[in-house]
Design a binder for this molecule. Structure first.
Ligand code: NAD
Length: 306
């Protein structure tokens, strides 16, 4: 029976780990956990006889793949998979999957929560502003963005989206107004929320050319990846755009500089916590185990990303 390694530098919550075990035991798969490792050498050793690997934000690079001659499948329990070297995995004949949708609600709630927190001056006791009646633009219209749209409409926001890979009818059906140009995102939004993946096309793509188009007082919400924002342009936006605010699930590298000058207009979570809920943890872990079983039993490659 296939051997599964669950390698998590940041371990799954106890409930999630128990449910992963239960899935694998029911299927009569062998498994082992490598949790909270600090030496990547331990990961290389543990993966030596694994045929399947479940990871979270753990890096799977050429060295890990070279150390895993029996490996057939890697499942990233989560949505983003920029921590996996897809080219190298393909060259090693290893299937890579993510578990889309399983943590979307957690991330969407964080995006809305951070918007409210910043609109209310970080709960500083002074008068703030409301979200109702304001324009929210979603950059990317995947799993997370759709949930943000639903929540934002519930609050009474006017919701727009830009995603060249999603038919505009899908957005219209969900009472979201489709935009057809990247520039329109930044011209339109009182609030612009980022939901695009980090890849060669999108990294540093949110630059001054785009940020300069934002109306005064706009808020940029980033629960995607810090890499999609060009940090020099971000700093410039604070200086040149009156009332510009930024909330992010991962701090930019120039946070200290921004904080020195504009601390009241930036908020970043202390570490990435969009998907850090018991529910998301459990859902993604169970999905990863089920996808591995389905792959070996039925050749199912539904969530393959390479
Ligand atoms: P998803 O794959 O469902 O959605 C991504 C959407 O972006 C897709 O609809 C795709 O068509 C669109 N897209 C891709 N390139 C684009 C481009 N150049 N311009 C416009 N749209 C583009 O993913 P998701 O589950 O909604 O997650 C979105 C992103 O959020 C992930 O890629 C990940 O980086 C991030 N994420 C963060 C956390 C967190 O903990 N903060 C958790 C999960 C996901």
């Amino acid at each position: 029976m296939p051997k599964v390694l669950i390698a998590t530098e940041k371990p799954f919550a106890a409930e999630a780990a128990a449910k992963i075990k239960a899935e694998l035991e029911t299927a009569k798969y062998e498994y082992s956990f490598l949790e909270s490792y600090t030496d990547v050498g331990d990961f290389h050793k543990a993966v030596a006889d694994a045929e399947a690997l479940i990871i979270r934000s753990d890096k799977v690079d050429e060295a890990v793949l070279n150390a895993a001659p029996k490996l057939k499948i890697v499942v990233r329990a989560g949505a983003g998979y920029d921590n996996v070297d897809l080219k190298s995995a393909t060259a090693h004949d290893v299937v890579v999957m993510n578990t889309p949708g399983q943590n979307s609600n957690a991330v969407a709630e964080l995006a809305i929560g951070m918007m409210i927190y910043m609109a209310r001056g970080k709960f500083n006791g002074k008068s703030g502003t409301e979200l109702a009646g304001k324009k929210l633009v979603l950059y990317g219209y995947g799993y997370i963005a759709r949930l943000v749209a639903r929540m934002a409409r519930g609050i009474g926001m006017e919701v727009y989206a830009y995603d060249p890979y999603i038919a505009s009818e899908v957005m219209s059906k969900e009472q979201v107004k489709p935009l057809s140009k990247v520039e329109d995102i930044f011209k339109t939004g009182d609030f612009v929320s980022l939901h695009i993946p980090a890849n060669s096309e999108t990294k540093k793509s949110i630059n001054w050319d785009l940020l300069s188009l934002l109306p005064n007082g706009a808020m940029l919400i980033n629960t995607a990846r810090k890499e999609v924002v060009d940090e020099e342009s971000l700093l410039k936006a604070f200086g040149e755009k009156k009332g510009f605010r930024y909330v992010s699930d991962v701090a930019p590298d120039n946070l200290a500089t921004i904080n020195e000058l504009y601390a009241d207009r930036i908020y970043c979570t202390p570490k990435k916590m969009g998907a850090q809920t018991e529910e998301a943890n459990t859902n993604a872990g169970i999905a990863a185990a089920k996808q591995i079983i389905s792959f070996f039993e039925k050749g199912d490659k539904t969530f393959k990303v390479n």
